[in-house]
Design a protein around this ligand. Sequence first.
Ligand code: ZN
Length: 271
Amino acid sequence: MTKVILVLSDGLRYDVAKDNMGFLGHLVENKLASLYKIVGELPSMSRPMYETIHTGVPSSEHSIVANSIIRLSKMPNIFQSVARAGKVTAAAAYSWYSELYNRAPYNPIDDKEVDNNALNIQHGRFYTQDEYPDIELFNIATSLVRKFSPDYLLLHPMGMDYHGETYGSDSKEYRNHAVYQDSKLAPLIMEWKELGYTIFVTGDHGINKDGAHGGTTPEQRTVPFFVINPNGQGGGDTGETSSHLQIAPTILKLLDVPIPETMKQKPLSFD
Ligand SMILES: [Zn+2]
């Protein structure tokens, strides 16, 4: 059994991650990690994909089909399943995560920082501004790991999405931010691995040169799925395609938590 950290980099596109994230590339090249390609679920919008990734069901089933739908999740999900199994959950994430799994609508003062075992996200640190600096969030997430040793931690930075929407995907700002995230995550990934965490790095959707997402093109929907095992064994660049729908059952299986019947996709196996 392991603990899991999901780095869900908002708006991280597959090709840009592969070309610009050199530390992750180093792990893949030396078979210390595995890389899959995810053809993302639709619509390639944030809130629908947050829910898809955490429930393992498509948007037509969970009904969070637009960013404008502000309510708690009605489906079994990772946070709820892990908390009910008596394990510890944590997140450093955008406030929409608080709305999906803790309380809706979001109260920017009362909900910003929570430590409450009765919540699905027991240790939550949330932000509301898209330009919130990733490095601050990375440090908060690492502080949560050191303080609470969560069994499941979500780290959800907005920097790729912010730079992609502001400058378009064909820009030095978007590409350079992938370099930045990789270099800031590198020492943290080494620390978390040492603590026995399995680490996933992925995106909710991509982005196109117009700075848009929501549609069906590869630019808007294709994201990476990096897998870093604590034992340091990896399959390199697998050339295989995976699905957003496999992330939730894969995480629950790793945590030895029962997989709800609603999560129908097979968990990924890294043996
Ligand atoms: Zn997003």
